[in-house]
Write a protein that binds this ligand. Structure first.
Ligand code: PLP
Length: 418
């Protein structure tokens, strides 16, 4: 056995992994505890997923009860299970997508794969098969399946796969620049463009809220040029921005919406795509309607769907989306106070999401490690940015203390920026 052990970590430089591994053993609320007993405030909520917080017995009960009844039954060929049917009804009511049908997946990358394939398939079915290209934004992150890799707006996620031929018909548009987007559409020809994929708030790319009017302008452009709009709400879905969906907050009515993470708050893997009736109609109407030849063994996994329903109950009963709105100004004030540090390049925040971008001269990983000694867990995302998206159950005082700890760690850095 090599010194690295048997576990290959995703998105990790493996030679450094043995020295850097941090094993989390348990969690409660906004806190996690390491294998060696250190309690840390989970500032990133894992990978933006632990919205209702860790260690909820009610979620474990829901899973156990469904597993005892029927762990799952697939949805292929018109089979179904009760939790998937109930969750589809509930999501369809919730999402700002016209008469939405719900296609379940196992996570965010699956949802993107499904939405992009369906966008292409839709145009084929309605006789406009040249519309194949998927546009995505510079800085965007849409998972790491073949589609997610091909439409990645973070170049390091695209490199190294011969990506231009992975899914060849993709193109990037600049972030928040409608005039440049229109030029890309005109130069590729709208008759060749199937869809544009957009995160309402760019997450992994560094936490960039949309500029004023951008999302509404993008919706107008896509309507004018007959291009489908896919809102990737894998992070922003289920309350993260202080509304149920980012699309609610910015008045976007997408044609498709991709969901995952907060749908179960991570208690089990699940994803979904909400699809408007304009797209479902040719597949749903008429005896000669075509099939969407796509699906996963675990599309609509019964236990995952049962757990998702209880997760939504908890969000409603505990008014966690309003809680995010209440915490938004607390987080904003706290991160803005870091602006004075010479080690900070920029801070950005919206809802219960923030990025603290450090100047390039600072070793962000050193800051992440130092923060653990203050009882704070975070990680680096793109461009030396500290990732902040705590569970919705975090308190205002915990937010203030944790962000103040970032300031204290930065103050103790040697030398300052050069
Ligand atoms: N889309 C967005 C916006 C994401 O942030 C992520 C994951 O971070 C994904 C898609 C991919 O989700 P998953 O990692 O569940 O496949």
């Amino acid at each position: 056995m090599s010194t690295h052990g048997t576990l290959w970590h995703p998105q990790t430089h493996m030679p450094s992994a043995p020295d850097q591994r941090l094993v989390l053993a348990s969690g409660d609320g906004a806190w996690v505890t390491t294998q060696d007993g250190r309690r840390l405030l989970d500032l990133p909520a894992g990978l933006w997923h632990a919205n209702i917080g860790h260690g909820r017995d009610r979620m474990a009960q829901a899973a156990a009860q469904q597993m005892r009844t029927l762990e799952t039954y697939h949805l292929f060929g018109a089979h179904a299970n009760l939790p998937a049917l109930a969750l589809a009804d509930r999501l369809s009511e919730m999402v700002p997508v016209q008469d939405a049908a719900i296609f379940f997946t196992s996570g965010g990358s699956d949802s993107i794969e499904t939405a992009c394939k369906l966008a292409r398939r839709f145009w084929q079915v309605v006789g406009r098969g040249t519309k194949k290209t998927i546009l995505s934004r510079d800085g965007g992150y849409h998972g790491l399946h073949a589609y997610g890799t091909s439409i990645a707006g973070l170049q390091f996620n695209r490199d190294g796969y011969g990506t231009d031929s992975l899914v060849p018909e993709t193109a990037r548009i600049p972030r928040d620049d409608l005039a440049a987007t229109e030029r890309v559409i005109e130069s590729l020809g709208p008759e060749n463009i199937a869809a544009v994929v957009v995160e309402p708030v760019i997450g992994t790319g560094g936490v960039f809220p949309p500029s004023d009017g951008y999302l509404a302008g993008l919706r107008d452009l896509t309507r004018r040029y007959d291009i489908l709009l896919i809102a990737d709400e894998v992070i922003t879905g289920f309350g993260r921005t202080g509304e149920s969906f980012g699309s609610d907050r910015w008045g976007l009515e997408p044609d498709l919406m991709t969901l995952a993470k907060g749908i179960t708050s991570g208690y089990l893997p699940l994803g979904a795509v909400a699809i408007s009736s304009q797209i479902t109609e040719p597949f749903f109407e008429g005896s000669d309607a075509p099939w969407f030849r796509h699906g996963l063994t675990y599309s609509g996994h019964a236990t995952a769907c049962a757990v998702a329903s209880v997760n939504l109950d908890i969000i409603e009963e505990e008014r966690l989306v309003s809680r995010v709105s209440e915490l938004e100004p607390v987080l904003e004030r706290a991160v803005k106070a870091l602006n004075g540090s010479p080690h900070v390049r920029e801070v950005r925040s919206v809802g219960l999401l923030a990025g603290v971008q450090l100047v390039p001269e600072v070793d962000g990983n050193e800051v992440v490690r130092a923060l653990r000694d203050h009882g704070v867990l975070t990680r680096l995302i793109t461009d030396n940015t500290l990732h902040i998206s705590p569970p919705f159950v975090v308190t205002a005082a915990e937010v203030e203390t944790a962000i103040a700890s970032i300031g204290e760690c930065l103050d103790t850095l040697d030398g300052g920026p050069r």
